[in-house]
Design a protein around this ligand. Sequence first.
Ligand SMILES: [Zn+2]
Length: 333
Amino acid sequence: MAETNTKADYILGVDLGGTKILAGVFTHSLESLSTAKVSTKPQRGVEAVVERIARCVQDAVDEADLTLKQVAGIGIGAPGAVDFATGTVIFAPNLEGWKEVPLKKVLEKQLGVPVFVENDCNISALGVYVTELKSKPRHMVGIFVGTGIGSGLILNGELFSGAGHTAGEIGHMVLEVNGPKCGCGNKGCFEALASRTAIFQQIKAGIKDGQKTVLTDLLGNDLDDLRSGDLRKAIRRGDKFVDRVVEGAAEYIGIATANLVNILNPEVIVLGGGVIEALADEMMGVIVETAQDYAMAGSMRGVEIVASRLGDNAGITGGAVLARRETKRTGVA
Ligand SMILES: [Zn+2]
């Protein structure tokens, strides 16, 4: 493959999401050189999405004035259960038709560069761990709050993915036995209570019940273009209703954090994802306070709870970290 390239000096990270694909070119010291973005369009089928990943990679490489020959490896985060050893996406609930997709094999053939695939939350946690925490803590949990909620576990300095590659599905930890229905079929899952989807649903339901909010002044009654950033704007304008909904979500994130601290006793819990990126100032205080209230006495001692600064770039950064680690290990770079 790339063995004959003596100048494969760069690495690539890709974040494959349900709505968009991000790719970023990095140096071996993880300095970002360029990024590219294309929409995923999962309804077009598996082959079309793979094609779009390849295009996004090409765009990012082109943007950095490089060619694929100068790329040592590509690390990809995919949303679902991934068998890292074979680079197969076993199942991705948000990507139509994605069952047993040999992503590594197909992309390597198409791009001629070594490809490594991991679960997206694992990859994001790895990106945060290596670049923000300098790989210092032995145990870290990354909680990512966006459309859904996922996590990545670093235990003893290594990613932990469980026996069947599905560990870390904290979004489906049940926090309210009689709570709202979740996409997985259960009731009261963490992500049915505190994800962006859950927050937006609560806001829309409140408006139907006659709640007054500045969001309708900003976006109209149906809130079609609602984004996490709009919630921040509303809260800063003194919107009590939006403030209450966001605070409620933050409390659930705090409870989930306490559960994870009780189970794993990590040194650091890092919060990331689009919701935290937009609302860190509004949510972090409540999250930390609630976690301290609910955690078992003594278990929170020395545990740091922080917001990631990587935001949307956690996935591509983690992809680059993975590619760097694996190309070194396999002796490609
Ligand atoms: Zn669920």
